[in-house]
Design a protein around this ligand. Sequence first.
Ligand code: AMP
Length: 384
Amino acid sequence: ITVNDFPSNDLQFDAPIVDHQQLEKILATPQTFDTSAMINGDELAYVLFTSGTTGSPKGVEVSHDNFMTFVDWMLSDEFKIKEHANFLGQPPYSFDLSNMYWLPALLPGGTIKALPHEVVENFGQMFTALPNLDLEVFVGTPSFADMLMLSPAFNQQKMPSLKTFLFCGEELTVKTAKGLHQRFPDAKIFNTYGPTETTVAVSEIEITPEIIENNDRLPVGYAKPGVKLSIWNGDQEITTPGEQGEIVISGNSVARGYMNNPEKTAKSFFKIDGVPAYRTGDAGTLDSDGLLHHKGRMDFQIKLHGYRIELDEVRASLEKSPLIKQAVAVPKYNKDGKVTHLIAYVIPNESTEDTAGLTKQIRESLDGLIMPYMMPTQFVYRES
Ligand code: AMP
């Protein structure tokens, strides 16, 4: 099913294609739905693609049951989301964070206030649009909240209905949380944590002013029902509170695995006493009361503006350029520990004085071969 023009001349498919004209006709035709064949149990609800290490993404298979555990949790008393609420719909549907707004908005009869990509790209338009949306719930990455705080108009006075902030996807820094509390003193701020492989998010905590005051890095919360968080050193669980190791998530939120990729699945997915478990690659500690603290990654996966990126995928994509002999991508961090941009270190096939020209040519040669958000913004050339 294609929602846009499809480059069908370049691609050979055995399957029939529904093009967008046909799709529009189908959508305009009233339908009666056959609800006798609903998906259920361990059947697939969706596949979400995330950065892989070899230049091709991994498809995470989330089952119906996985999904329902998330729905039940979002609508439980934990987040106190009221019925008929207005939600900000900014994260794209290709990011599982979008489940955090469309579900709890639509199921209790609320509204999604969509911010189209073009509006988000244009600060002037976005800051004019926001106060008129009558938002009650913000769902997004801390990076997006930081961007909104560039506008002095992003405050309780201008947006009095905005009472709940739901964060996920990357570290919520003390600086961001503090800034929000100052601007929205009556709002509740929730930090949630979890990888796509365990269905959106698996832990949650309300970030109060006391928590901000008492922590250099904010905690990422307590496990949702049906999930156990544990800390491991290789194949051994660490049971001493406060000791750092790899965060392992087990229970009913753990996805089926990676689509058509038994090797990668076996590396990260396993069972603990028969219960599905996932090795996150995240470093962390658990307090004696079960509160989880995230301490960064144990590998070369980063978050840039909320996007999950394997540096090796960027390298593999760069090396597809005929102008590049060898490359490596490294993140540039700011003083808050956030990645600000990617730097490509490149050994070109032919050296040149005109590095700006070469960078332009490399960018052009990679058009369509690298996701735009993964394209390094700084190129450094080396001979070896
Ligand atoms: P994604 O699959 O895109 O949701 O990315 C999952 C990864 O994002 C996790 O494995 C963490 O490394 C990071 N992450 C998600 N939520 C948080 C959080 N609240 N604090 C710190 N890191 C987070």
